[in-house]
Design a protein around this ligand. Structure first.
Ligand code: FAD
Ligand code: PYC
Length: 419
């Protein structure tokens, strides 16, 4: 057995002085080449996962991910990390549960600790209407083979005792339902894990490389213009979340997408006080506790379309009022930070994954407020269509063409708190 190494105080002091100097970079920060087989625009979770699965599942490694800022600096690093598959329709259940199952093994797959904590996602019912709607929702999940448990008030109290069960509660808790396999995942780790995995398989990750236009031969996209010059490719894919309609506009087509800010905030870190991820759709707020101890609090979409990626006082006021109402014992917590991300909302609250009307250009967008949980499946299915030319069966119902045929998959009710 290798003897355990003991570090002296001097060793630790020397390490602290060195800072990160001896750390090997997790991925290569590549210079762009003039040509690739596939360019993926957007170094968020979906873009990085697409590149990883192109290389891993299909052996396509001459791939670049072009990111305008730094990887994971978009919504992937700004979300509240909830992973769940409690959707309503069979198409969505299949899609999101595939993703949850990938998350269950992703730490091993990427050899990167993504800290998936399956502590349960609890949805609260405050009225008879909520109870009826949730019993239909939970039953639909069970029919789709997804775990769901309806709870009465006493069971909710046993699960999350700090909730307000007082006789004078403004929003009484009548019950709820829980998906126990749901829970938070460390969001940065997902971006970094996929980036490291993709880079190790030969993918070029190019940061600070903004796509400013598309190169075309006839109608077909054959590359991109960037702030670092022209880059050619056989196929181009975009996974740029809140900026999807901007890029679609540059490519010459329109998307049924509206961009909004979605805000969240965290408190100072405290000892463990919350057991689950708790959502109150009626109040438009939700809560969990990070492994660092911060209480993570989120609200609904801003009411107006915008690309302004920042928090606002009115949303903070609303969300804090809801927090104090639902968890009175948190009333003296101090907020540390508030932020926003720009999300791409589609009329039926379901994603778009596949070909665009422009030959050579593919898209992954429309996840709105709920695409973090879908990063593995978004990447897996986009890589499949890029590599094979055929839609993955999970992505077949989520084509752009559904806005012509009318076969919408309206997940607004199950899309979480936010839209
Ligand atoms: P992003 O991570 O936004 O990546 C897109 C990247 O594209 C960005 O890095 C951007 O810089 C880059 N880009 C844009 N334009 C260009 C260009 N022209 N050239 C090059 N690069 C470009 N989802 C959940 O499932 N659970 C949650 O709990 C949850 N909570 C959320 C809370 C908040 C506050 C927010 C904002 C979102 C939340 N979401 C949640 C939604 C989720 O974060 C997103 O759906 C998901 O991260 C989208 O991933 P992405 O890779 O498509 O986009
Ligand atoms: O997708 O679960 C979710 C979610 C909750 C709040 C924002 N997104």
């Amino acid at each position: 057995m290798t003897p355990r190494r003991h570090y002296s105080a001097w060793d630790l002091l020397a390490a602290a002085r060195r800072g990160h100097a001896d750390w090997a970079p997790a991925w290569r920060d590549a210079e762009p080449k003039p040509r690739y087989d596939v360019i993926v625009i957007g170094g968020g979770g979906h873009g990085l996962a697409t590149a990883y699965y192109l290389a891993k599942n299909h052996g396509v490694t001459n791939v670049a991910v072009l990111e305008a800022g730094w990887i994971g600096g978009g919504n992937t690093g700004r979300n509240t990390t909830i992973v769940r598959s409690n959707y309503l329709y069979p198409e969505s259940a299949r899609l999101y549960d595939f993703s949850v199952r990938q998350y269950e093994t992703l730490a091993r797959e990427l050899n990167f600790n993504i800290m998936f904590s399956q502590r349960g996602v609890l949805t609260l019912a405050h009225s008879r209407h909520d109870l009826d709607a949730q019993s239909r929702w939970a039953n639909a999940m069970l029919c789709n083979g997804i775990d769901a448990e309806l709870l009465d008030a006493a069971q909710v109290k046993a699960l999350e005792p700090r909730l307000n069960f007082g006789a004078d509660a403004r929003f009484p808790i009548l019950g709820g339902f829980v998906q126990r396999r749901g829970g938070p995942v460390r969001h940065d780790a997902v971006a970094w894990g996929y980036a490291r995995g993709a880079s190790a398989l030969g993918v070029d990750i190019v940061q600070h490389c903004a796509v400013t236009g598309f190169l075309k031969q006839g109608d077909t996209v054959v590359g991109v213009n960037t702030n670092r010059g022209e880059i050619r490719a056989d196929k181009v894919a975009m996974a740029v979340a809140g900026h999807s309609s901007v890029l679609a506009g540059l490519a010459g087509f329109r998307l049924p997408v509206t961009s909004y800010a979605l805000q969240a905030m965290v408190s100072e870190p405290v000892k463990p006080v919350l057991n689950t991820v708790t959502l109150s759709p009626s109040l438009g707020a939700y809560w969990s506790q990070s492994d660092k101890g911060e209480v993570v609090i989120g609200g609904a979409l801003d009411h107006f379309p915008s690309y302004a990626q920042r928090g606002s006082f009115d949303v903070m006021q609303h969300v804090v009022a809801a927090t104090v109402e639902m968890f009175p014992s948190l009333s003296r917590l101090r907020l540390l930070r508030q932020w926003a991300g720009i999300v791409d909302v589609v009329q039926d609250s379901s994603p778009i994954i596949g070909a665009t009307p422009v030959p050579g250009l593919y898209i992954n967008c429309g996840w709105g407020t709920g695409g973090f949980k879908a990063i593995p499946v978004g990447g897996w299915t986009l890589a499949h269509v890029l590599a094979t030319g055929r839609n993955h069966e999970l992505a077949e119902p989520f084509q752009l063409g559904r806005f012509h045929t009318g076969r919408l998959i309206d997940e607004a009710a199950a899309a979480g708190i936010a839209h």
